[in-house]
Design a binder for this molecule. Structure first.
Ligand code: URA
Ligand code: SF4
Length: 188
């Protein structure tokens, strides 16, 4: 547990707890408002994220920003975005269970500093790690689950939407549900 963001970010940037540290250009700690009530969690950095040291800055990030904007969410204003693993897996493969397990402490520390009311998992990997190991993303996206006083929801990963644009309307409904839940809870 860290008492400041500076301490957490500095420690995370020099992490060598798993093998993913070997191929990285930058550790992608996360970005956004540390006072956000809503936290988004992706899977892990891709090429652009690794090069720039920020989450969701490639093509899937542009799509994510568009969907966020449509429900008045903005990574520079009212959300925080992090990932299950902070270093890019080679060729963007899924992070291995042991890599996720080593890295999850960073996310937990981020959660403890932010204390969000809602966590949105971006895609299957984050949903299986944070909601339930047998989470079924196509069946259960858009539903809210309560865990330890925090509301959790998963939506389809924007990279999956780029591969499969037919699913965009149904993913967008998840964002509308998120907005409705925020309004219900009085979150800006
Ligand atoms: N995909 C993710 O899951 N996370 C990122 O930061 C970028 C792409
Ligand atoms: Fe550390 Fe996570 Fe990077 Fe592995 S992926 S080296 S645990 S920061």
């Amino acid at each position: 547990m860290y008492s400041t963001w500076e301490e957490l970010e500095n420690a995370c940037r020099s992490c060598t707890k798993c093998g993913l540290c070997e191929g990285r250009t930058n550790v992608v700690v996360g970005m956004g408002n540390p006072q956000a009530k809503v936290m988004f969690v992706g899977e892990g950095p891709g090429e652009q994220e690794d090069l720039q040291g920020k989450p969701f800055v490639g093509r899937s990030g542009q799509l994510l920003d568009k969907m966020l904007d449509a429900v008045d969410l903005d990574r520079n204003r009212n959300i925080y975005i992090g990932n299950i693993v902070k270093c890019r897996p080679p060729k963007n493969r899924d992070p291995l269970p042991e890599e996720q397990e080593m890295c999850i402490d960073w996310l937990r520390d981020q959660f403890l500093l932010i204390r969000p009311k809602i966590i949105v998992c971006l895609g299957r990997i984050a949903a299986m790690k944070l909601i339930r190991p047998d989470f079924h993303i196509m069946k259960e996206h858009g539903q809210f689950f309560e865990k330890g006083g925090v509301l959790m929801m998963a939506t389809l990963h924007p990279a999956a939407l780029l591969r499969n644009p037919n699913n965009k309307p149904s993913a967008f409904e998840d964002f509308l549900k998120l907005r409705a839940k925020m309004d219900e809870l009085g979150i800006e």
